[in-house]
Design a protein around this ligand. Structure first.
Ligand SMILES: CC(C)(COP(=O)(O)OP(=O)(O)OC[C@H]1O[C@@H](n2cnc3c(N)ncnc32)[C@H](O)[C@@H]1OP(=O)(O)O)[C@@H](O)C(=O)NCCC(=O)NCCS
Length: 149
């Protein structure tokens, strides 16, 4: 398994969209709009390859100098519950620490709360509805200079 950064609109970006569409959008009867793709030019795109095939991906939106949002996290059906999602999040965190991000926030689907909690993310506030399903805001401080001292 190999961690990669995906360039907006290159060949791998097409695979990323296909994976996100199949697992996140289509089951809710949603599609991506041209405007959504255009917005993603300024986002970071990351993935995991298994034998040259993209099997997991996530998008990072820079929100402020030291704050970023993780979104569109997905692992192919064939690769779920094998540690691939955890590896992707851990590699993304290491990359963002190098880019001087200190906090990652996200909106977790109810069904994914346990996954993020295992990775050290904490729930904030009350649940809310997004794309017609329950979500929680979660966040984690990364690259804290005090950790490990
Ligand atoms: C949620 C998701 C990203 C997790 O990725 P994954 O590669 O399957 O997760 P991992 O194998 O790294 O799981 C690590 C731990 O997280 C927890 N976990 C993972 N998926 C879970 C789920 N669906 N429900 C509850 N706990 C889960 C488990 O504790 C798991 O450890 P275990 O398998 O030893 O019990 C993946 O299942 C997925 O893409 N789901 C569909 C899309 C989705 O819901 N994305 C999240 C949107 S917020």
């Amino acid at each position: 398994m190999e961690f990669i950064e995906i360039k907006w609109q290159d060949e791998r970006y097409g695979e990323e969209i296909e994976l996100r569409d199949r697992l996140l959008r289509a089951p809710l009867g949603l599609t991506f709009s041209k405007e959504q793709f255009a917005e993603e030019a300024s986002h970071f795109h990351f993935g995991i390859l298994d034998q040259e095939r993209l099997v997991a991906c996530a998008v990072i939106v820079p929100l402020a100098a030291k704050l970023a949002k993780l979104r569109q996290m997905v692992v192919a059906e064939t690769h779920q519950r094998r540690g691939v999602g955890s590896k992707l999040v851990q590699c993304i965190e290491a990359t963002l620490i190098e880019r001087e991000i200190e906090t990652i926030e996200l909106h977790a689907r109810d069904t994914a709360i346990g996954f993020y909690e295992r990775l050290g993310y904490e729930k904030e506030g009350e649940p809310f509805t997004e794309v017609s399903i329950p979500h929680w805001k979660m966040s984690k401080r990364i690259g804290d200079p005090m950790v490990g001292e």
